[in-house]
Design a protein around this ligand. Structure first.
Ligand code: ZN
Length: 237
């Protein structure tokens, strides 16, 4: 049975539902979550509860930490959304986020929101080439990340060479892998479809799922969330 690896849901319940439905069609029975359940989108409570129920392994993201604890450096619109989310979230859901660890392991995989190097500093790994340096900072066969909202699969061979894989990869015992699951709720690679990873025993694949972007945009408008955040969903940026 494959595992669905989800990241950066960002309170986009419409996108999350579409991804979970797609994963169900592909016989997924387990889910890992790589952080940022909230921030930007209109349905933080529903997303936190659903992720809390479904995911067997979770890590905290920078937006989750900002909402549950206190904010750090964010641009104005992100900060507006964080303040809105903080007011919306129930104390139980805030506690659920606050209890998520910075890193966790599942079998032969390390799960971390941003980077295995200084996970608390939220460094961005936006491309396969940026993953090479990070490979020295974990010991597992796989490192599963999110944060940049840009999906990629990077293989680092035993000799330290980088091999990029477009959509799928067959795992080799001697290589190690950094896989960015992209973002369920706010993709930034120019493709507005929700992104997640299907993880099998011997391989992984990047999956894209159409969802009703207009519905999320409408709900954001009703919630009074910042306009630029509403517009960018349709652009996948
Ligand atoms: Zn994010």
């Amino acid at each position: 049975m494959p595992i669905a690896v989800l990241s950066d849901v960002h309170a986009n319940l419409t996108a999350l539902h579409s991804v979970l439905w797609d994963a169900q069609q592909r016989k997924v029975e387990r889910h890992y979550f790589l952080g940022d359940a909230v921030g930007y989108g209109p349905d933080p409570n529903e997303c936190v509860m659903l992720i809390g129920e479904l995911a067997t392994h979770c890590v905290i993201g920078n937006h989750d930490a900002a909402v549950a604890n206190e904010s750090e450096r964010f641009n104005r619109h992100a900060l507006d959304a964080i303040n809105w989310t903080r007011a919306e979230l129930t104390p139980q859901n805030k506690a659920l986020l606050a209890a998520m660890p910075l890193t966790t392991t599942a079998g032969d995989a390390l799960l971390v929101h941003a980077s295995p190097y200084e996970p608390e500093a939220w460094h961005y790994l936006s491309s396969a080439s940026s993953a090479v340096a990070a490979a020295g900072h974990f010991t597992k066969h796989l490192c599963l990340i999110g944060h940049s909202h840009v999906p990629f699969i990077a293989e680092i061979t035993a000799t330290g060479r980088l091999v990029r894989h477009e959509e799928t990869v067959e795992f080799k015992p001697d290589s190690r892998y950094i896989i960015n699951a992209g973002s369920v709720g706010q993709p930034r690679d120019g493709d507005p479809r929700a992104s997640y990873v299907l993880l099998h025993d011997e391989r992984a694949e990047l999956v894209r799922v159409e969802y009703n972007v207009t519905e999320t945009q409408h709900r954001m408008l009703m919630a009074g969330l910042p306009e630029p955040l509403i517009r960018r969903l349709a652009l996948g940026y």
